[in-house]
Design a protein around this ligand. Structure first.
Ligand code: GLY
Length: 572
């Protein structure tokens, strides 16, 4: 524990939270949001209760970092499909006082005993489910170390108060909304397979229903330990012991040494200019920032005047740029501590010009004709993003995850939290698609202590050196195209923040060679023109859950939460 003293949560503060959230918070609603502008701070998250937690922190004088820490822990309680302490993620932040922008990497790592062929059978084939379900699918969690690092460097409120809010929520419970009840119910069979998981989410044998209170007593105990002891309350002592017991019981690889050795890492963000904006996003081990940079830089010289985000010509060019960027992802991206990712080369003007030159305005490329560029996977819909900005110029964009919904499906017995199944984001075998169809190669192979490649893309935008927007989204590889489209919609097509999160989405990830359109959002003329241009079009259910905060030139802030999800925005 560093330079700040951790003491037990103050009882009166926590009682206030019991009253606020334990007893009175209502089921989440969809988000037909009213746009409001705030002076002190604004945020957008994927769960209404988490947004309320963030607002309360701002109202008590906390800064954007304090709010981000409290929201991160609160989501672990009220959004268990993706919010977590058993997973990992990334943050891109701006410190208002200095203007410094940095990226925090709290991605999971492969356990020390992990090895390249650990998910292959004796014939060299990938064993179905081995990297996605149960203890062996889990990487060493990074979330607690990451949120602590954010607080230690930039927080102002007592740590125990910020974590204590989530502990109280877990202890006293909250009323389950329709969205969470549907999630739990649709995963009931899988959650039932592990006894500690079933006990937590199917109390009495049935999935917890909308309108019922969900209490998570074991999770509360773990959160109180973290509140009192900081990361030691997770990575050592009782919680670490519970994780080790879980590994022994269910055949996982994470050891006490793996946990004690986990470290969050500060990295230089990917920075590029687009139009008049400075964009900062997540560097490797995420592919997100680099691919967003490639897509936008490829598109930058095109003239889209007279078009809209639904024009076939724009969709065609956007998807061609995405196709090329995702081809590079398959070969050149991985944990930079293990593999020399050629970030500068992949974003260099000369390289971008070459890639742009492959695009025809008249006809789609074939992915089989597109290889990764000559220089030197995808995750689940169940990741979650939140954004917070404050009047001191602080900006925080956090994306974190368990990987797929409910991660490995395994709750650590006695500790009450789900473990991630992030090991599936490694390339299990060169050329083999992961559960979301993304292809990987040698660079992203499994190695002990290595971070698996990600698509998560927390992103900050500045204009003339001043905060403009914090944004990000869940959605696997679709995160990248969702964030890139949002920037195009806002910057080129002049959409408002609310319109930007609502805008219909398209996606292309090189392989499979399909252009995904959000179902029902594009009229038949658009679809026919895209087919005429040579695209193989597939309509998909609405996806992703964009959360952004916009800072106006007058310093007033507004949040926008994607209407596809149950999230909300708010502020003070
Ligand atoms: N597990 C999702 C990602 O990191 O991209």
């Amino acid at each position: 524990m560093a330079d700040r003293r951790i003491c037990h949560p103050c009882a009166s503060v926590l009682m206030a939270w019991v009253i606020l959230f334990g007893a009175t918070v209502l089921p989440g609603c969809g988000s037909l949001e009213v746009t409001r502008y705030y002076e002190r701070g604004a945020l957008a998250t994927s769960a209404p209760i988490a947004t309320e937690v963030g607002k309360q922190v701002l109202a008590r004088g906390g800064n954007a970092f304090d709010a981000a820490v409290a929201v991160g822990f609160a989501l672990a309680v009220v959004h268990p499909t993706a919010g977590n302490i058993g997973g990992g993620g990334f943050a891109v932040i701006r410190e208002g006082a200095t203007g410094q922008i940095r990226a925090l990497d709290f991605r999971e790592t492969a356990p020390g005993a992990a090895f390249e062929t650990m998910y292959l059978d004796s014939t060299g084939s990938v064993v179905a489910g081995a990297s996605t379900v149960g203890a062996r699918a889990a990487g060493v969690p990074g979330t607690v170390a990451g949120l602590f690092e954010l607080w230690q460097k930039h927080g102002t409120m007592p740590w125990e108060e910020l974590v204590g809010m989530a502990a109280i929520l877990a202890d006293t419970g909250f009323i389950v909304d329709n969205s969470l009840a549907d999630n739990i119910s649709s995963y009931a069979a899988e959650l039932r397979a592990f006894e500690p998981t079933a006990r937590q989410f199917l109390p009495g044998g049935d999935p917890v229903r909308a309108g019922e209170r969900l209490t998570q007593k074991d999770l509360a105990k773990t959160l109180f330990l973290i509140a009192a002891e900081g990361p030691n309350g997770f990575y050592t002592g009782k919680t670490a012991q519970r994780i080790e017991e879980c590994m022994t019981a269910y055949g996982g690889l994470i050891t006490a040494d793996d946990l004690a050795g986990y470290k969050a890492v500060w990295r230089e963000p990917v920075h590029f200019k687009f139009d008049s904006l400075d964009i900062y996003s997540m560097p490797p081990p995420s592919s997100g920032g680099l691919l967003i940079g490639q897509i936008l830089k490829i598109l930058e010289p095109f003239n889209f005047s007279g078009m809209t985000p639904k024009s076939p010509k724009y969709i065609h060019l956007f998807c061609e740029a995405s196709r090329l960027a995702f081809a590079d992802r398959s070969m050149h991206l991985a944990d930079p501590d293990f593999y020399g990712v050629p970030v500068e080369v992949l974003l260099a003007d000369s390289y971008i010009r070459t890639r742009r030159g492959m695009i025809s305005g008249d006809h789609a490329l074939l992915s089989s004709d597109v290889a990764p560029g000559d220089v030197a996977g995808q995750e689940s819909d169940q990741t979650t993003h939140y954004s917070v900005c404050d009047s001191d110029g602080n900006m925080v964009a956090v994306t974190y995850t368990l990987n797929s919904s409910f991660g490995s499906l395994l709750v650590v017995d006695g500790a009450g939290f789900l473990l991630n199944n992030e090991m599936d984001d490694f390339s299990l075998k060169p050329g083999e698609p992961n559960i979301y169809g993304l292809i990987g190669d040698e660079a992203n192979k499994i190695q002990p202590g290595k971070r698996m490649l990600s698509s998560m893309s927390p992103t900050l935008i500045l204009k003339n050196g001043q905060p403009l927007m914090a944004l990000g989204a869940p959605g696997g590889g679709k995160i990248i195209t969702t964030v890139a489209q949002a920037i195009m919609s806002f910057s080129r097509f002049r959409l408002s923040p609310g319109e930007t999160v609502t805008q219909a989405r398209v996606h292309h990830q090189w392989l499979p060679d399909l252009l995904y359109l959000e179902r029902g959002a594009f009229d038949i003329d658009v679809i026919q023109e895209l087919i005429r241009l040579g695209h193989i079009v597939e309509e998909r259910e609405p996806y992703s859950d964009l959360q952004l905060v916009y800072v106006g030139p007058d310093g007033l802030m507004t949040g926008a939460s994607d209407p596809r999800g149950r999230g909300t925005s708010g502020g003070i």
